[in-house]
Structure formats: C-alpha cells, structure tokens
Design a protein around this ligand. Sequence first.
Ligand code: GCU
Length: 427
Amino acid sequence: MLKRVTTCLFFLAAQAAFAQTGTNYDESKVKPYTLPAVLETFSGETVRTKKEWEKKRRPEILEAFRREVFGRVPDKRLPVRYEVISEDGQALGGKAVRKEIRACFSDSPSQCMAILIYLPKSPQPVPVFMGLNFEGNHTLYNDPGIELNPRWMRRTDVRGVVNHQATEASRGTLYGRWQLEKLIDRGYGLVTVYQGDLELDRKTRSGDEGIRSLFPSSGQGDEWGSIALWSWGLSRVMDFLEKDPAIDKNRVALVGHSRLGKTALWAGAQDQRFAMVISNNSGEGGASLARRNYGETIADLNRAVSYWFCPNYKKYSEDPSLLPVDSHLLISLLAPRAVYVASATADQWADPRGEYVGASLAAPAYRLYGLKGLDDKEMPQPETPVSSLAVGYHLRTGEHDINAYDWDNYLNFADRYYQAARLSKRK
Ligand code: GCU
C-alpha cells in the first residue's frame, strides 16, 4: 500500500514538474481541429495505391517529421566494435540464456552501449521485444551478472540511485516494467539498452560523453534531438540482432514507455526492419494528437524538454495546427507493420483519447495494404482491449506506467499477429 502511495506521489510530482497551470483536462473544452489527411499529399494530390503511398506520401511525411519534429540523423556511418561483456547459459533458473554485449562507436568507453539480451532456450530463432530503459540494464532483473551501469541517472534518491549513480540496491528495481519471466515463458526474448548509453536525458549536453559528439552538428533548425538520437541507437541494436542466429530478425518488436514510447514510434517509422511497435503511454510528441488541446501540449514539451526534439519544433508551440503532421501520420508510417498503442486512465497528461484517436486515424494507410485499422472501433472502456490484426489499443486503469496487464496484452497481440503472418506465408 505504502509503495502504491509513494509511486502515486512520485508520478504526481513528476507531472507537476512538466505541467503548466492552465492544462486542459475538460473534454468539453477541446476545440475543434482539422487534421491533415493521411492519403493526400502536401500539394493536394490524392493517394490511391500503396505504390503512390510508398513513393510520394510516406517519404514526405517522414521528411516533415525529420525537419519539424525530431530532427535529422546526420549522414555519417560509424564503425562499430562489439565485445562480449558476459554470457550465462543457465539464466532464470536454466530456462533462458543471458548475454550482455558492448557495442563501441569509438575507443572511448563513454561512446559504447551495453546491450542486454535474454532469450528463451529454443531450437528455433526466437522473436524478441526490444526497447530502451530508463535506469540501466541492471534494473530489469536482480542478477549480479548484469553490469551495473556507471553513468548518470536522471532520477535520484529512488530505486537505490544515490547522487544520480546506480548502486547494488538498484538491481531489479524496475522488474515490473519488463516482466522478463513472463516474456521468456511465452517464448519471447528481451533486448534492452540504457537510454543514457546513447545520450543522457538532460538539457545540458555533456561534451564528449555520449554518441552525439561523433557526428557533425548541422547547427540548423533540424538538428537532431535526443529522441532521434535514441532512435538511431535502436537501429544500431537491430544491426547487431540481425547477425545473431538465435534471434528471428523478422520478429523484432520495439517497445517503449512514455518518452521512450515516442522514441519507439519514431525508430519504427524510420527503420522498417522492425516488425511491430508498441507505444505505451507515449502521449504528446508520441501517439496522442497535438491538435487536441488536452493534457500536455507542444508548448509544454518545448518549455520542459525541448532537447528531445529539434529546434524547429518550437515554431509550433503557439499554434499546433501549423504543424504539417500529427500523430496519426506518425502511426501511419508504420503500416503495414503491427502497431499497438496503450493508455492509462490516470495518465490524463498523455491524453488517452488523443492516443486512441491518433491510432485509429492511421487506418487509411493500413487499408492500402488490405489491412484493417481501428476505425470501426469505438474508444474502449478500461480493461477492454480492441484490435484488428495489425493495430491494437487498450486503456488500463491506473497510472502512467507499464505493467503486467500491459504486457499480457502486448504478448497476446504479438502471438496473433505473428501466427497470422506465418499462416499467410504458408499459403
Ligand atoms: C513527462 C513528459 C512526457 C513524457 C513523460 C515520460 O511527463 O511531459 O511527455 O512522456 O515525462 O517520459 O515519463
């Protein structure tokens, strides 16, 4: 009970730090808005086929997100060196294998990321969920074999973090968010990296630490923000996974909570090797519509965490209707791959309805591929997931978080989607 109350207080406090007085939480005060059509180009041409979508509309939407929202990944390939940090063939009481791999982009230890991989033992390549974590790989499971992340942590005095540094007491403290054993028991692996291995989550960028300094800076309005950099990191993890015969590279699902849910959506939009994207409570700048004035706004993001986005994003603080894109277009970029959006009732800051509508309005892109979206479904009541084969949504009772209930639904959705993909391949 005490724990629940403290978590509650923590979320309220965290939200208060971002929120501005005047945030609208009243549905009757949502102003009417007009969204850009999914199947109409910026110059007004109608898109009728998947070929036209892929040639014209999809690239221009991607480009608009790059230029105006997340920023552009600099055009430079970095050499990578991999080394094994540790391996355990008998993890989780013998039912899984664990490995941790260091991928280095320079000779400096500060420009390496540690990739933690747990796989169920299986004669076949296994599907995996993959996502960045908030406080280090060691928080996923209380296993002394996992390297304790030595970097700065954004949150301190919680979960064993002292002076922004993890301690032994931090191990396994975010187990609830990953549900590792559940995944392994259902036949899925889990791959994760600490977001701070790529770039620390803070306004003041720290010189040579992190990956950013390995790239030239454009110094322009489309300079990449942290979300773009974290997304770049997810693609580099995928480069590694593709080489691992124990992993089914056609069944790699991205998953992310909150700011890392925004990151998962953007990574999946840019890199079509990902088969599925799960956006958990990603909110503004993620699955929820910017044009709905409910909960967090672009102005709030630009005020508190502008470094997540590119400088051009500031142009839309005053009037989001000037933005050429919105969340339904971000989600459309995932078509025909699978996407699942989830909200929580007490997470009004993230605008659950805006997340649902964002997901459901991506349907026209799915239709081009002969797939259904959520457009024939009403926004569901809590604990009543809705989905077509490729697009899913649920609203969970409770706080801004990711927990066992969320994972049960992600696993069910993934089972159905992969099963159908297998059957259609056999035909
Ligand atoms: C803040 C922020 C959100 C973000 C969230 C998180 O609440 O305003 O946009 O999604 O933090 O990442 O936890």
